[in-house]
Design a protein around this ligand. Sequence first.
Ligand SMILES: NC(=O)c1ccc[n+]([C@@H]2O[C@H](COP(=O)([O-])OP(=O)(O)OC[C@H]3O[C@@H](n4cnc5c(N)ncnc54)[C@H](OP(=O)(O)O)[C@@H]3O)[C@@H](O)[C@H]2O)c1
Length: 334
Amino acid sequence: MIEVGVLGATGYTGAELIRLLGRHDQVRLKFATSRSSPDQSLAKVFPGAPDINLIDPVQAPIEDVDLVFLCLPNGQSAEVAAEALQEGTRVIDLSADFRLADPELYQKWYGQRHPAPELLDEAVYGLTETERERLPDARLVANPGCYPTSVLLALYPLLLESVVGGRVIVDAKSGVSGAGRTPKLATQFVEVAEDLRPYSIGRAHRHLPEMETMLARWGDSDLRLIFSPHLVPIPRGLLSTLYVPLRSGWVESQVHHLYLETYAEEPFITILPLGEVATLRQVNYSNRCVIGMTEVDGMLVITAAIDNLRKGAAGQAIQNMNVVFGLEETTGLL
Ligand SMILES: NC(=O)c1ccc[n+]([C@@H]2O[C@H](COP(=O)([O-])OP(=O)(O)OC[C@H]3O[C@@H](n4cnc5c(N)ncnc54)[C@H](OP(=O)(O)O)[C@@H]3O)[C@@H](O)[C@H]2O)c1
């Protein structure tokens, strides 16, 4: 039995993780933390959540568990991760603190010095499908962002065969839980209801360097994205539509075959028949990523859907844990 702790249990990803861990037959949740609701039941904070007693993070017995999941805001995870690793406890961090290997890039995009730059080299980027070989026995896993999960899974097969013939445009839409539970004016009901709002468009969103780092690692360091996220007035779900110019010589049936082959063995990736589109109904409350595509005049139009709290966060974190500890990858997720 793997013993785990969850820090940040009262957030959207933390609570989702705890619900999923309740179905995992090879994991025991030893503690869950909250600064705002210590000594209360999670069920009181989230009606319908498991009846688990929350403790203050300073009392968390990090040294007594095999793994901690850090569901904390960006900038709050790194120090806790360093402490856990010192105690011999593995870490899966859902924040962005270990996703960028370059501390200067982190400072530029997250507005603060990296709290534990000495750990950046050892962090494994946890996009499970593409980084699976590096995960077994990893001590520190940087769980990917929700937008990058959909965009990178949608682009990976094309990078393998250098099929991308020019600049890629990504138009992405996320439900409001993507912004977290901590109250902010921009995500209050009256602000989001009956609206559809682009934000940080072009090359201004923090997930841009995360995506381009991976594209460079996969061989295309010149590929620059135009990335335009939107806030949609729904609780959960994330859909990215990508416009990809194809290199000459590639036709849609060949490209479609490339996706089918690349992801043939993947339990959580579904490639739709040519011409069909991915939608949120196909993925919400699951760990799946559904990808559809069609070609228009040499431009491949890809749709990629995930549930931001599952494949985009807590589900993928459990998938990574399963690989790190040598369990069946789908355990607790089907
Ligand atoms: N939401 C998504 O779809 C999504 C997807 C992928 C990745 N992520 C990332 O996952 C992390 C958690 O996201 P979330 O959406 O779950 O956020 P959230 O709903 O705002 O929850 C944050 C949690 O952290 C705790 N917390 C806040 N400040 C803290 C501090 N200074 N020290 C210790 N604990 C603190 C909060 O509870 P207390 O105040 O009670 O301690 C809460 O439990 C973030 O880094 C986010 O970027 C989120």
